[in-house]
Write a protein that binds this ligand. Structure first.
Ligand code: TMP
Length: 392
């Protein structure tokens, strides 16, 4: 059942160069769907992996200290608990996680060749192909089975989940574990972060929906950690049904919380949609009032998530002059659809800037800490979550 229409949207990570801004852009209607039977929340229209993940992919995991720190902490825990185990990462990006492991027992999968090369520079073994059963068979022949399969912010990017999990099961030792982390649907609903949805984020999972789906594959979640990254994510620990691992109480705790929030009911999403329509009105009002007062607004963190917000709210360069970002692949390009320029960040970028729209709100703490000198001098950040406001 469709519950929210986020309007016509371009492909989120397709940042435009100057020659492209006058050309036709692929656009699609971003509709959000709740499947009453499976409880899965997804976007309606999807694109092929080849169109989204190729050798011009602009996203690097290592661009934030928060992510690097989160990966390091998990790596240390895993290395302590599971000594000398073989680990495979699906969607290893630039190696932010795998760089913490010995390359004799680790392997990364990263289909975007430009990003895979960045991981290889860190001496990580990477196969640059799409994750599916065919690749899983090929890897099994060459490397055998794995003890741990890890994937962060990737599985929700792949439409055919049946194939994803068949491929993982195929390569996983009987007592092996899968660790997957992705934005939490509960946090998304609580924080009104509708920008978690764009063409790459095909699914935003609840524990309710994921565990129901995994049953079909004879897999079960035995533990779940709520983690702070990306606006609140769940790190699911999954094993085969026949595994001896006991189910931790964290699973029942989160299930209860999700049920309390009625994540299994359509009305929750209908109400979410109402809040999002109000969020749009409020954000536009705040930005327009600032513009009317003659003050300049810039954006910080040209995220794919911002693309959803900006295009849904029709905020273009007449409102936000430009965005700042640290990612080399994004600098001097333009945000898709709304065509706002992205400039290179430097530590004085916020000098004399009054208002900053926080595109990378998921790194709010890291960014506000980094910019505290300017905030002290009067620079103000604007966020849309949980409700649009100027952060005081
Ligand atoms: P993400 O929310 O999809 O992970 O993207 C975060 C973007 O924000 C990415 O392009 C890097 C950028 N960024 C900065 O420009 N400065 C920062 O301090 C941080 C944390 C992120």
């Amino acid at each position: 059942m469709i519950f929210l229409d986020l309007g016509l949207q371009p492909l989120a990570n397709k940042y435009l160069n100057f020659n492209q801004i006058k050309k036709h852009e692929t656009k699609f209607r971003l509709l959000l769907d709740f499947n009453v039977k499976t409880k899965i929340v997804s976007i309606k229209k999807t694109f092929s992996s080849k169109k989204m993940f190729n050798d011009t992919y602009p996203y690097r995991s290592s661009m934030s200290e928060t992510m690097k720190d989160s990966f390091l902490k998990l790596s240390n825990k895993l290395k302590k608990k599971y000594k000398n185990k073989k680990i495979l990462e699906i969607g290893c990006n630039d190696g932010a996680f795998l760089k913490n492991f010995d390359n004799n027992c680790s392997l990364g999968i990263e289909p975007c060749k430009n990003i895979a090369n960045l991981a290889r520079k860190k001496k990580i073994n990477v196969i640059s192909e799409y994750w599916n059963t065919k690749l899983s068979n090929k890897i099994k022949l060459k490397y055998g089975k794995f003890d741990i399969v890890y994937s962060a912010n990737t599985i929700t990017h792949i439409k055919n989940l049946d194939n994803v999990f068949s491929a993982i099961k195929n390569i996983l030792e009987t007592d092996g574990i899968i660790i997957m982390e992705d934005p939490s649907l509960l946090e998304c609903i609580k924080k009104n972060t509708y920008d978690q949805f764009y063409n790459e984020h095909i699914y935003v999972f609840s524990l309710i929906a994921l565990s129901k789906f995994l049953k079909k594959h004879k897999l079960r979640i035995f533990k779940v950690d709520k983690i702070k990254v990306h606006g609140g994510s769940n790190r699911y620990f999954i094993c085969k049904d026949q595994s001896k691992i006991k189910i931790d109480k964290s699973v029942e705790n989160l299930r209860r919380e999700e049920m309390k929030f009625s994540l299994h009911k359509l009305k929750t999403y209908v109400n979410f949609a109402k809040r999002i329509k109000n969020s749009k009105i409020r954000l536009i009002k705040i930005l327009k009032e600032i513009k009317k007062s003659g003050k300049k607004i810039i954006g910080y963190g040209a995220t794919a998530k911002s693309v959803t917000i900006l295009n849904y709210c029709k905020i273009n360069s007449s409102i936000i002059d430009y965005f700042l970002d640290v990612t080399p692949e994004k600098i001097n390009k333009y945000l898709p659809g709304v065509k706002i320029k992205i400039k290179k960040y430097n530590k004085n970028s916020l000098k004399d800037i009054h208002y900053v729209f926080l595109g990378a709100w998921n790194f709010k703490n890291e960014i506000l800490k980094k910019e505290k000198k300017f905030i002290k001098n009067g620079t103000r950040f604007i966020t849309h979550t949980p409700t649009p406001r100027i952060i005081r």
